[in-house]
Design a protein around this ligand. Structure first.
Ligand code: SAH
Length: 222
């Protein structure tokens, strides 16, 4: 525990290298880069054996068969979202909590949903310990979280077979949604900007690889 939750010169240095790599891959938003430089990614890696791995540009297993997204993917999605201080953001797929922690660091008010109870509870404990003020919800992302809608931003961090209508409804007018869409091995990153009640402007932003967004039919248990 002591090693996992200490941010040493070594881990700070690894993080600086990670930021340099993100810049070289085309991430330019200084607010995103700054948040990623400040948040120790290894705190979200669950195990001391992953401390070094946390700063390589790879996705890896965090338990319950799930992965923490690659730093580049997190940076790319966050950059597309264009969050500002006090933006209300809904995330689907809490997982390790890293993406939610980055958004919170940027000053957003974040609600994040996870369908696997084990992951939800584990990350909730972590956030309490790290004092990250983010609302973690155990539930089905296909339903969104109507209690706090509408959202200025919605980010989906699992591969959705289609864009759920419920999420479109929960997006504020003028809001942005970033969602990887596709059922196969890879997904297309889709950016939707809500122009008015009925109009969404859609752009495709490249190909990525995510774990699937699952329907709630398994009951969401571990
Ligand atoms: N944002 C996470 C990435 C986690 S991987 C991070 O920063 O670590 C995607 C997560 O989506 C997994 O934890 C998976 O359990 C979750 N997920 C899949 N289908 C879901 C659904 N219908 N509702 C909510 N979460 C879902």
């Amino acid at each position: 525990m002591a090693t996992l939750f200490s941010d040493t010169f070594r881990t700070q240095g690894l993080r600086k290298k990670m930021i340099t790599e993100l810049r070289s891959k085309g991430i330019v938003d200084e607010k995103v880069l700054q948040a990623m430089e400040e948040v120790p990614r290894h705190f979200f890696s669950w195990d001391e054996i992953f401390v070094e791995k946390a700063y390589q540009n790879i996705a890896f297993q965090i338990g319950a068969g799930q992965t923490i997204s690659q730093p580049y993917t997190v940076a790319f999605q966050t950059e597309l979202l264009e969050v500002s201080r006090n933006s209300k953001v809904l995330e689907i797929g809490t997982g390790s909590g890293y993406q939610a922690a980055i958004l919170t660091k940027m000053g957003a008010k974040v609600y994040s949903i996870e369908r696997q109870k084990y992951l939800h509870e584990k990350t909730k404990k972590l956030f309490q310990m790290l004092k990250i003020p983010c609302t973690l919800v155990y539930g089905d992302g296909y339903k969104g979280f109507p209690q706090a809608a509408p959202y200025d931003r919605i980010v989906v961090t699992c591969g959705a077979p289609y864009v759920p209508d419920t999420l479109l409804e929960q997006l504020a007018i003028g809001g942005r949604m970033v969602i990887p869409v596709g059922e196969g091995e890879t997904q297309t990153m889709v950016l939707l900007v809500r122009k008015d009640e009925k109009t969404f402007q859609r752009s495709e932003m490249g190909v990525f690889r995510f774990v699937p967004m699952l329907e709630d039919k398994n009951g969401g248990g571990f």
